[in-house]
Design a protein around this ligand. Structure first.
Ligand SMILES: [Zn+2]
Length: 264
């Protein structure tokens, strides 16, 4: 995935399609802030992670998902693939699902496995009749200070689904719970807002530019804990793909078990 930026066609470049997309400077500043906050914790793992983030330089990126500079790079790639493979369809949905039975306290956070959650989601989609849809999305984690729980969730862009199948998916797996009143949001995407909405698919826990819901930074303890959690994963480990497979820099669409060529 090293040189993809050079080959990115302008129509698939989210930086050109969405003027408020995060800049390199935004994310570099964010990285410096994270390093400073890690050093306040002053434990062995925090110092080690701070060093890794500090060493992340041009041509020698650290490529861990706790690094905002590397995550931005991944997001530019991911948005490009989303624009290439999903934007032509007129029925793309923006679906958010909260994994209500995997909410975790800070003590239990490391019981979460993104790999396991992705596999489970894949099975759920198939069983609900969404197996034929093309889906690209990402894993995110929020902390809810009221519940004192970590909230794992996926944002998914779904192309080629029926309202019935999405309802089936909701009814079977994403019913309201005591803690989470709306575990599934299923939104239409306005045609002029595709690039913007696509860029919301994978934010890690950083604050996107001009996004009021994220004005508040996590407190030191949770902030550093989430960095520690995300430092286990490479940026691409947070990506969810169904109806396609990643080969190097490309997501290749799959239909009926076979790779199909399209979307250039
Ligand atoms: Zn990095």
């Amino acid at each position: 995935m090293k040189c993809f930026l050079k080959r990115l066609k302008p129509e698939f470049d989210v930086r050109l399609r969405y003027s408020d997309f995060e800049t390199f400077e935004d994310k570099n500043n964010e990285r410096n802030k994270r390093i400073r906050m890690l050093l306040v914790t002053d434990t062995k793992w925090a110092r080690k992670l701070a060093k890794k983030l500090e060493k992340c330089k041009k041509y020698n990126r650290c490529w861990i998902s706790a690094c905002p500079v590397c995550m931005r790079r991944l997001r530019i790639w991911l948005c490009g693939e989303e624009l290439r493979l999903l934007a032509k369809g007129d029925d793309v949905r923006f679906v958010t699902i909260v994994i209500t039975d995997e909410l975790k306290t800070s003590e239990a956070l490391f019981e979460l496995s993104v790999h396991k959650l992705r596999n489970r989601l894949r099975t759920q989609l198939r069983r609900a009749g969404l197996g034929g849809a093309r889906i690209i999305g990402g894993f995110e984690l929020d902390y809810n200070y009221h519940l004192k729980l970590w909230i794992p969730h996926f944002h998914l862009l779904i192309l080629g689904s029926t309202a019935e199948a999405r309802k089936e998916f909701r009814d079977r797996y994403y019913q309201p719970t005591e803690e989470i009143h709306r575990p599934m949001m299923d939104l239409d995407i306005r045609s002029g807002e595709k690039a913007k909405t696509f860029s919301y698919c994978l934010k890690s826990f950083s604050k996107p530019k001009k996004h009021p819901a994220w004005e508040k930074r996590l407190d030191l303890e949770e902030h550093n804990l989430s960095l520690r959690f995300f430092s286990q994963y490479k940026p691409q480990n947070l990506v969810f793909i169904r109806g396609g497979t990643r080969r190097g820099e490309n997501i290749l669409p799959i239909k009926n078990g076979k790779i199909v060529s399209e979307g250039n």
